[in-house]
Design a binder for this molecule. Structure first.
Ligand SMILES: Cc1cc2nc3c(=O)[nH]c(=O)nc-3n(C[C@H](O)[C@H](O)[C@H](O)COP(=O)(O)OP(=O)(O)OC[C@H]3O[C@@H](n4cnc5c(N)ncnc54)[C@H](O)[C@@H]3O)c2cc1C
Length: 440
């Protein structure tokens, strides 16, 4: 890949949202003052200072970025690893805060067993479909609900304790690395052998690779807030309440265990535009959430929206030394909006490729590893999302059947939260349906 392939990307306020639709002032990562401020947060001593060529520079210290740092340092404790983030930690992140057990498996393998310590597991989930189907049963493995302000700060602390250097800076440019042996230059003065772009849904690193945002049909938007947890005489459960309006769309209520619940509502960007036009999107999301969860009004000041780049449209990872992980690589499950597990897994694979492959081949090695781990799952979720998007009755039937068939319910959860795939027999039937639907 030639050096000129990576471009300088300047993040002007007008570019924060993917497209100028209505009043999305709170979409995207908060932009600090428009100067390149860089403050070094106190961190354990590392072998690398910010002026030399570091082995790995990671843009974004969310789950994907921290997993990349943890894996790289797990494999090569002497590697120089820098984590760059525009925000100070602890910081909030618009999210449902639902941590699937699969994400905890990845963290355990990375040597971080305690990221959800102190938060009670929630082992029941209630699914409601627009056609009136409902299932509420224990999950085979419990989920956790941990505010991202806490969860992400714990991951950052773990990465720093392992030796990553945390710097505060908004990345504006990623250049070079196009020739073997040539360093990648970030913000004009930070040089690295490999860069992992883990900078979320509005990734600057991704734009620097010349890759555009997801199209509106593969981009969801969701608002989240905090509310009082429902007072019920049954054990706490995660509620997912799907709605016809703007299908596929759903509201959620996830109890945290401290008397509060994370509540939210999300839908496809294309549906929002088609149904409600170009303005007032925020009002639509807030009003729909309030209508769907009337007993759980959001606490003032807690509603915040953000984009979700779905894995139904994923950029091709280039071969070279700039890798994309997590939301920057569009790795959010299109059926559930779950992204933390995929961010942790992809970040870990990216961190591994960064310190085990030659920089010029790091992207190729990472791309192969992702395909091995998630390729089949991603193809199956894309197939299901396409079918369910066209015919919501598919979801009604699946949930109705899941009431009586535990293995089907468990399989649905694996597909929605982990890396589950469609069993072979069902796959043939679904593929035939897609063929028929495509002909109509
Ligand atoms: C409303 C909503 C609800 C969701 N609910 C769930 C859920 O319940 N469970 C689940 O698993 N997933 C959920 N998701 C998806 C989940 O939030 C993401 O998939 C996950 O955060 C991806 O992690 P990441 O590390 O890739 O990116 P992020 O968590 O977004 O982290 C990116 C980091 O990069 C930093 N950054 C960005 N740009 C720059 C820059 N230019 N320079 C330096 N730093 C930068 C940011 O400050 C941030 O710290 C939800 C998403 C939304 C929007």
């Amino acid at each position: 890949m030639r050096a000129s392939t990576y471009r300088t990307v300047r993040t002007r306020p007008a570019e924060r949202a993917f497209d100028p639709l209505g009043d999305w002032a709170d979409v995207g990562t908060p932009t600090p003052p428009d100067t390149v401020t860089m403050s070094v947060m106190p961190a354990p001593p590392t072998s690398a200072g910010p002026t030399e060529v570091v082995d790995l520079l990671i843009v974004g210290a969310g789950p994907a970025g921290c997993a990349a740092a943890l894996r790289a340092l797990q494999l090569r404790p002497d590697a120089s690893v820098v984590l760059l983030d525009a925000a100070d930690f602890p910081r909030d992140k618009a999210c449902g805060d639902g941590i699937a057990p699969h994400g905890l498996d990845v963290l355990r393998a990375l040597g971080v067993p305690d990221a959800v310590a102190g938060y009670a597991p929630v082992d029941r989930m209630r699914l409601r479909t627009p056609g009136g189907a409902e299932v509420a049963t224990p999950c085979p493995r419990a989920n956790h609900v941990v505010p991202r302000k806490v969860f992400d700060a714990r991951l950052v602390a773990a990465a720093r304790a392992r030796g990553a250097l945390l710097l505060r800076a908004r990345v504006r440019s990623v250049l070079g690395g196009g020739h073997p042996g040539e360093a990648v230059v970030v913000n004009g003065d930070l040089r690295a052998r490999v860069v992992v772009g883990a900078d979320g849904a509005n990734s600057t690193t991704r734009r620097a690779l010349g890759i555009g945002p997801n199209p509106p049909g593969a981009l969801a938007i969701a608002v989240r807030g905090y509310a009082d947890a429902p007072r019920a005489d049954r054990p706490p459960e995660q509620l997912i309440d799907m709605t016809d309006e703007g299908w596929p769309a759903y509201a959620w209520s996830f109890p945290i265990g401290d008397g509060r619940a994370n509540i939210g509502y999300g839908m496809l960007r294309s549906k929002l535009t088609a149904l409600y036009g170009g303005a007032g999107g925020r009002t639509v999301l807030h009003a729909t959430l309030a209508r769907m969860l009337p007993d759980q009004p959001a606490h003032p000041g807690t509603l915040r929206a953000h984009h979700l780049p779905l894995s139904t449209w994923r950029p091709r990872q280039p071969d070279g030394p700039v890798l994309l992980a997590g939301d920057a690589a569009s790795l959010i499950n299109p059926l559930t909006g779950e992204g933390i597990y995929y961010a942790l897994l992809s970040g870990s694979l990216a961190g591994e490729a960064a310190v085990t492959a030659l920089p010029a081949r790091a992207g190729a090695a990472y791309r192969d590893a992702l395909e091995r781990e998630l390729g089949r799952h991603l193809r199956h979720t894309a197939l299901l999302a396409g079918l369910a998007g066209r015919r919501r009755t598919l979801m009604d039937s699946a949930v109705r059947a899941a009431r009586h068939r535990t293995e089907l319910y468990d399989n649905l959860l694996e597909i929605g939260l982990g890396r589950g795939t469609i069993p072979t027999g069902s796959l043939a039937r679904l593929a035939a349906r897609r063929l028929v639907a495509g002909r109509r």
